[in-house]
Design a binder for this molecule. Sequence first.
Ligand code: ZN
Length: 192
Amino acid sequence: MNENMKKCASCGADIAKTAKVCPNCGAKNKKPIYKRVWFWILIVILIIAVISAGSSSSSNTDTPAVSGENSANTDTDTPAASGENTANTDNGSQPTQAPKAEKKPDFSIEGDVTTESDAFTTYITGVIMNNTGREKSYVQVTFNLYDANGNQIGTAMDNINNLAPGGTWKFKAIALTSESFASYKLAEISGW
Ligand SMILES: [Zn+2]
């Protein structure tokens, strides 16, 4: 058979390799799919995709422990969480986690949280910053209050309107309990 000839895939007649259709049966003269370059490129891309998906899912199996530690620490809010992150980067295992974890929360407590009392009740005071880049029409902070035995005995709450992007709010959360509390813990800062 001539170098420039081939068998028609449809009828078996000898036809020119360059022919677009078989002169005998009219079938399109196409290379079989496995002889096409793009077919093999596609296979290689798929293999790479499968391999990278496999490796990223294997690194994901490490994450639950890490996120478990983080969620345990979220009670104490941002400083502890970022401390946990640096511990993770020291492991050097998941570089992809660092940017995600370093993202600032929508609201962060700036500086110390302290308590002050008057004749009637106790307040929890501090400063909260709006990190969202948008004005928040309503922001609320709540603390859980505990007695000396660790029983929750109430909450302390404050809220504000129209907190500017990057704005700081000096809050004064009023303890909503008739008893005096021995300790408190940040429960939530939420806003919209
Ligand atoms: Zn043919």
